[in-house]
Design a protein around this ligand. Sequence first.
Ligand SMILES: NC(=O)c1ccc[n+]([C@@H]2O[C@H](COP(=O)([O-])OP(=O)(O)OC[C@H]3O[C@@H](n4cnc5c(N)ncnc54)[C@H](OP(=O)(O)O)[C@@H]3O)[C@@H](O)[C@H]2O)c1
Length: 312
Amino acid sequence: MSKPLVVMLGGSGFVGRHLAPKLTAAGYRVRVPSRAPERAREVACVPGVEVVACKVHDPDALTPVLEGAQVAVNLVGILNERGRDGSGFRAAHVTLTASLIEACRRQHVPRLLQMSALNAGRGQSHYLRTRGEAEALVRQSGLRWSIFQPSVIFGRGDGLFQRFAALLRMTPVLPLACPGARFAPVYVGDVARAFVAALGTREHEGQTFELYGDRIMSLREIVEYTARQLGLRRLILPLPDPLARIQAAACDWIPGKPFSTDNYLSLQLDSVGGIDGLHRLGVSKTAVDAVVPQLLGRGTRQRLLDRNRQVR
Ligand SMILES: NC(=O)c1ccc[n+]([C@@H]2O[C@H](COP(=O)([O-])OP(=O)(O)OC[C@H]3O[C@@H](n4cnc5c(N)ncnc54)[C@H](OP(=O)(O)O)[C@@H]3O)[C@@H](O)[C@H]2O)c1
């Protein structure tokens, strides 16, 4: 009998690269539809994973990719959009989720794991609002769903410690907006184990799981911790709120948006969670200290390899 097939939308990204080997080790085949398969080289190298080119925003292109699947995983998400009116967030989070649900129905795919975020549906940001709208679609889908709401995720290839590490290496002074915003960083390996665990039993269906680590850190603590691990002495300048707003508004106009008004609005809510989804799924937590020092302290050669792997 052939192995059950998981189709993982957004599987070429940071989380997908860690989840794919866990799924294949658990006995699944994995198909990753990608808008740009040449950028999905790392996940394509995992035995048991196939990457297929797909214009994922076209429902007619998405449907055939789901053929033969028992599970759909939706990992697509964006932190910033090109414009500022929310339509980019809506397309990536809401419309794409609706298309995926429709494709699952057409192909009789019964099970959907939806990645979301802590605070989905709350606050003023387009990011969190559209996350909430997508969750509502999933809950009404009639599929056997589970929703995951992580805090910020850390691990090899993350956009947190490794992103700040890159910034800190470049500059002696770092102005920091929203320094008091609080997170409970969760390890990407634990997030991947949570997804696999959710597939293990029907009791996890129709459930929402908050995924967070055991240590609450403010943004300022995260940056200071990163600098310490790198052995760098840096001046971190916490920006008062009016200046943070101005910085965000200015960054709205920088290509690639390193920061944005929408990010600023998301950061007004602490991302710490309250009902321990990892515990409910039987996944023990990996501490920041168990991973990050090694991650940031890795030798120059490994850093070079990592950087080359990320070149797009
Ligand atoms: N990383 C975190 O700290 C964190 C925290 C909370 C929630 N999350 C959520 O977890 C999920 C996975 O996170 P991640 O860090 O792995 O994400 P990621 O690496 O930034 O992106 C995942 C993949 O999504 C696809 N994608 C990106 N923008 C898209 C768009 N506009 N339309 C269609 N596809 C698009 C890309 O695949 P292709 O280019 O191959 O098509 C990309 O490889 C996301 O939903 C994210 O919002 C992440």
